[in-house]
Design a protein around this ligand. Structure first.
Ligand code: IVH
Length: 680
């Protein structure tokens, strides 16, 4: 290297190191402390500058660089690795007397004159994980597994933004080796959004935020994990080189200093009465929390006393989980009816004898589709187990009893219950064809238009949309922009304040971002990724409407089938006049600057075997979410999508450790990336 070159490299290295420090710090302020110090745009600028430097000098790319959170190559399987120290379980009870006996034993063990101090904290219902840091850098993350060994999921854990890639060392030096234990969780609000999308895309619903957190951690492709909103809360040190801690409170303090997020409301108490009070308070607040807890954990604070008291093969004797009542109950299906969604899909719903499940009354549960109904064989009059695991949409788990003269299996309707149009079948689904005349579909489209990824209009939920439609205030998407507060105030549920707030919220969206506007229109195939590409490429709604199929196909990822679907939608006379009508209300979508390509690459897929849809359609769906396709398997291949009767491509893919997805998994993956595969 010339002197000039060395100098340039040295400068780049210094700058990159500084940028990394800054980015780590800002990620910490944002995700751990929830006190951002700079705007998202400023953060992006720093991030892009670092990307640039690392692109010019790939040697600078270190595993703890903030640019390396997402992007690891998918794996074919997980390695099983041993834990640094056993990840024990907890002894648990729901009985206050047992808690008293636990306290008695601890007191006896401590001996006369020694009062125990306990740390009490929420028992988080997530996926337990070990994180290992060597010289302050995250080197390994392992699922709990059987407690002695688990699966190595480092690439996935790195994608969680609150996970430090390197320890903060401002207040405490990094030990040579540190293994911490924590819980990966998905917030209930994020879970609801995620699960609804997942089910809409044809996935089996996840039963709880915990299942979806655990499922997300165990994805072979870390891009999938990255696409889910996860958080990590750390509550224990499993192993450390040279500790010197005297109490659990010290441990928690150190964990915080190193930059981890710890559970809320950790408290130090001395008596069973304090614990009961804490437990009761948390139980009462449980419904208002955005994360799932299934009890509280009580731990003796004094670490040397812990050593003396010891552990059994599976749990420590110095800790106890004091659990809450479970959130499953038994009730009866009074009736099964159907619900019509925005795209006309008709879904069966169970009306239940209202029952209190973990503090919330449950009277309805979606049964998802015909298949699920058949598989669980749910019928009117059956006694069933229901659960509500953080989901607004409670689930019917199973039938536990039924009358002798049981109702006949539920038949899906032949006519739309909302508008009477004859339904048609599309794979396992039944749909109402009456897009413009069906009140139920309009209601669904209004809710969709107001949803977070579309125009994000606060207060425009199911109930409000139902009222707007049934009262005849809104007969099309465009008419939503005409609603006046006085009209709303005539109806129950609206006072002057709420009516004005809703109307303001709607009117404040007169200059939406083009990509959000495109989503709001509900164009088939146009998910977040395609909407962003269309917006970036064409820059205006007019240009998109005028584009021919061929012009649309100039966008990498839009193939002939997708371009047909989009142009067919936009050219359809009624859709077109609806868009005209919306624009005539003074709505002016604005295109934002296109984002860097580095951040959007779904990987290269090769398709093989007999797929349930034409291969060209599957390939188009993949390209539409930012993927590339190829006909040959090579080291550059990220995924093999395998249909039935596969041959040499599959063998080669196996040899090269390429991730192999079946069709169903492929559909789910596309959905996660914001696209859609038309499944027969
Ligand atoms: S302490 C040796 N604290 O509950 C002590 N565990 O049923 C080990 N959990 O597998 C655990 N929140 O994953 C502890 N605040 C907390 C916890 C917690 C959730 C999980 C943990 C464990 C399970 C035991």
């Amino acid at each position: 290297m010339t002197d000039q070159g060395t100098l340039e490299f040295d400068n780049a290295r210094t700058e990159a190191e500084k940028l990394r420090e800054e980015l780590h710090h800002h990620a910490y302020s944002y995700y751990v402390e929830a006190r951002p110090e700079i705007s998202d745009t400023e953060y992006d600028q720093l991030f892009r500058r670092l990307l640039e430097l690392e692109k010019a000098h790939p040697e600078l790319r270190s595993p703890d660089s903030p640019t390396q959170r997402v992007g690891a190559k998918p794996q074919n399987k997980f390695e099983t690795v041993g834990h640094t120290a056993p990840m024990l379980s907890l002894d648990s009870t729901q009985d206050a007397d047992e808690l008293r006996r636990f306290d008695d034993k601890i007191r006896k063990a401590l001996g006369e004159g020694h009062e125990p101090t306990y740390l009490i904290e929420p028992k988080l219902d997530g996926a337990s994980i070990e994180l290992v840091y060597e010289d302050g850098v995250l080197t390994r993350a392992v699922t709990r597994g059987n407690g002695r060994e688990g699966e190595e999921v480092t690439d996935n854990i790195r994608t969680i933004p609150s996970v430090p890639l390197r320890l903060r060392t401002q207040d405490r030096a990094a030990p040579e080796l540190l293994a911490v234990r924590g819980e990966v969780i998905m917030y209930i609000s994020d879970f609801r959004v995620f699960n609804a999308r997942w089910v809409e895309a044809g996935g089996e619903p996840y039963a709880s935020p915990r299942n979806s957190a655990a499922g997300s951690v165990r994805q072979l492709d870390s891009h999938v994990t990255a696409s889910r909103e996860l958080d990590l809360l750390v509550y224990d040190i499993l192993a450390i080189e040279g500790s010197g801690f005297k109490s659990d409170a010290d441990v928690i303090g150190a964990i915080q200093q190193w930059g981890f997020k710890v559970p809320d409301r950790i408290q130090s108490v001395g008596t069973v009465e304090d614990i009961l009070e804490y437990h009761a308070e948390f139980a009462a607040d449980r419904e208002d929390l955005d994360y799932e807890i299934d009890g509280v954990v009580i731990k003796l604070d004094d670490l040397s006393a812990r050593l003396a008291i010891g552990v059994t093969s599976h749990h420590p004797r110095w800790a106890l989980a004091f659990k809450f009542e479970p959130r499953q109950e038994v009730t009866r299906i009074d009736k099964i009816e159907v619900n019509v969604g925005r795209t006309g899909v008709i879904t069966p719903v169970a009306l239940l004898d209202p029952v209190l499940v973990g503090g919330v009354t449950v009277s309805r549960a979606s049964l998802h589709n015909r298949e699920e109904l058949r598989r669980k064989d749910l019928r009117e009059g059956d006694t069933v187990r229901v659960q509500r695991a953080g989901d607004v949409i409670p689930q019917v788990v199973e039938v536990i009893a039924h009358e002798k003269d049981r109702a006949r299996p539920f038949e899906m309707p032949t006519e739309c219950p909302a508008c009477g149009a004859p339904v048609y079948e599309e794979g396992p689904r039944i749909k109402c064809p009456n897009r413009f005349g069906c009140s139920a579909q309009l209601q669904g489209r209004i809710v969709h238009l107001g949803s977070r990824s579309a125009l994000n209009i606060e207060g425009l939920g199911e109930e409000t949309a139902a009222l707007l439609v049934s009262e005849g205030l809104v007969g099309s998407l465009a008419e939503l922009f005409d609603v006046r507060p006085e009209q709303l105030m005539e109806h129950e549920g609206f006072a002057e304040k709420s009516a004005t707030a809703l109307v303001e919220a709607i009117r404040s969206k007169k200059a939406p971002e083009l990509q959000h506007f495109l989503i709001a229109l509900g164009i088939p195939e146009v998910g977040a990724a395609v909407a962003r590409d269309l917006s970036g490429h064409f820059g205006s709604i007019e240009a998109i409407r005028e584009a021919t199929a061929e012009e649309l196909e100039q966008i990498d990822g839009i193939g002939p089938r997708m371009s047909q679907v989009i142009t067919a939608f936009l050219e359809d006379e009624r859709n077109s006049s609806e868009i005209d009508a919306i624009l005539a209300r003074g709505i002016e979508p604005v295109a934002s600057a296109p984002v860097g390509e580095d951040l959007m690459d779904a990987g290269t897929a090769v398709f093989t075997g007999t797929l349930p849809i034409p291969r060209a359609s599957a390939e188009a769906a993949w390209r539409a979410v930012g993927g590339r396709t190829s006909n040959t398997v090579s080291t550059k291949t990220d995924f093999l999508i395998a249909g039935d009767n596969t041959g040499s491509k599959r063998e080669k893919a196996e040899r090269l450790d390429v991730v192999i997805l079946n069709f169903r998994e492929f559909v789910a993956k596309v959905a996660l990336l914001g696209g859609e595969v038309d499944v027969p």
